[in-house]
Design a protein around this ligand. Structure first.
Ligand SMILES: Cc1cc2nc3c(=O)[nH]c(=O)nc-3n(C[C@H](O)[C@H](O)[C@H](O)COP(=O)(O)OP(=O)(O)OC[C@H]3O[C@@H](n4cnc5c(N)ncnc54)[C@H](O)[C@@H]3O)c2cc1C
Length: 306
């Protein structure tokens, strides 16, 4: 089921047709408050009232003209401004391919540098998503370059990739800001752990590695981008054993997923951040959410009759 849904995510024919169906549009509402940035910011404001901070991303990937990347960068610049004007503790997360990474790396670097500067003005992090494995090495090298001039840039790493342990070792000396996730793409077994148990074990090992670095006085910001509360608790236990507070890391979850847990963790004084997506290019992103939990397909199908 996961493979089929991930194949559907990348199928161009379906990408052009499925989003037009009314039931798909209704079903996607579960994972995003609306297609416009205003709806995302409204949702962020209501989370903030419950002690949950926010992160924003406009959906879209792999553009075909560099000018589209310019438009996306200009949009995010405006968004960072809006977040600040609305008094939100919100940060922005970008996909490099949406900023033109496939077409012009230098221009993409210019966009990221500018967005990082705007974010730094009041101490915010600018996050870079991690995409499929064809981009891993290039994205990490890009991060190393941009981090030199912009310490407030953060990067997502995926625990399903076998290489990630080495990537983390490579990044620790530069004081990275890391959002650790399991990984959302279909990757070949040679480079990725196939068994859930291995992905989870690697997740905890990587998180522990980062906590140990914090304990040793290194400058590392840790985001746990997962809904797997069992893993979060294991990491929290390790933090407690090291004498670190629950706020030594941030728990980051997606809008609409395990909202009860987001609220519970915030009540228990964890630092919780909710990633809120918006935009009209939601199809591949939505299919990846279905692939993560096939029970979501039933929910989506129920919208046909609902
Ligand atoms: C803040 C954030 C940022 C992310 N950024 C990236 C990125 O840049 N690159 C990338 O490859 N991936 C990214 N992801 C996605 C990530 O890789 C996983 O695919 C996703 O988080 C699901 O895995 P999980 O860790 O929640 O664990 P799982 O083992 O998949 O899920 C644990 C439990 O959470 C619940 N759950 C998980 N997903 C869903 C869902 N879709 N619907 C309903 N319930 C669900 C279920 O109860 C499940 O049992 C991000 C995720 C988050 C939360």
């Amino acid at each position: 089921m996961r493979r089929i849904l991930l194949w559907m995510a990348s199928n161009r024919w379906l990408r052009e047709r499925l989003p037009r169906l009314r039931f798909t549009r209704r079903a996607v509402r579960r994972f995003m408050p609306g297609e416009d940035a205003g709806s995302a910011l409204d949702a962020g404001a209501s989370f903030q009232a419950d002690g949950i901070t926010s992160m924003y991303t406009r959906l879209g990937e792999n553009i075909t003209r560099a000018e589209e990347g310019d438009e996306v960068a200009a949009h995010y610049a405006g968004l960072i401004d809006d977040v600040r004007r609305r008094g939100l503790d919100g940060e922005v997360s970008v996909k490099l391919t949406q900023l033109g990474f496939d077409l012009d790396v230098d221009r993409t670097e210019g966009h990221v540098a500018r967005l990082a500067e705007l974010s730094a003005a009041d101490g915010r992090t600018l996050w870079i998503d991690m995409e499929g494995s064809a981009y891993t090495e290039a994205t990490i090298a890009f991060y190393e370059r941009v981090k030199q001039g912009h310490p407030n840039v953060g990067l997502c790493l995926q625990s399903y990739l076998r290489r990630t342990a080495a990537d983390l070792q490579r990044l620790l000396p530069i004081g990275p800001r890391i959002r650790l996730v399991k990984g959302a793409y279909a990757e070949p077994a040679g480079i990725a752990y196939a068994a859930r148990h291995d992905v989870d074990a690697n997740y905890v090992a990587l998180a522990v590695e980062m906590l140990d670095a914090v304990k040793a006085g290194k400058d590392v910001r840790i985001g746990l981008g997962t809904h797997d509360v069992r893993l979060i608790e294991q990491v929290a236990e390790h933090a407690a054993a090291l004498g670190l507070p629950t706020t030594a890391f941030e728990v980051e979850m997606l809008y609409g997923i395990r909202v009860d847990q987001q609220r519970r963790l915030a009540r228990e004084r964890y630092a919780v951040r909710c990633l809120i997506a918006y935009g009209d290019a939601w199809y591949p992103w939505y299919m990846r959410r279905l692939a993560e939990r096939p029970a979501n397909v039933l929910f989506a199908l129920r919208q046909i009759v609902g």
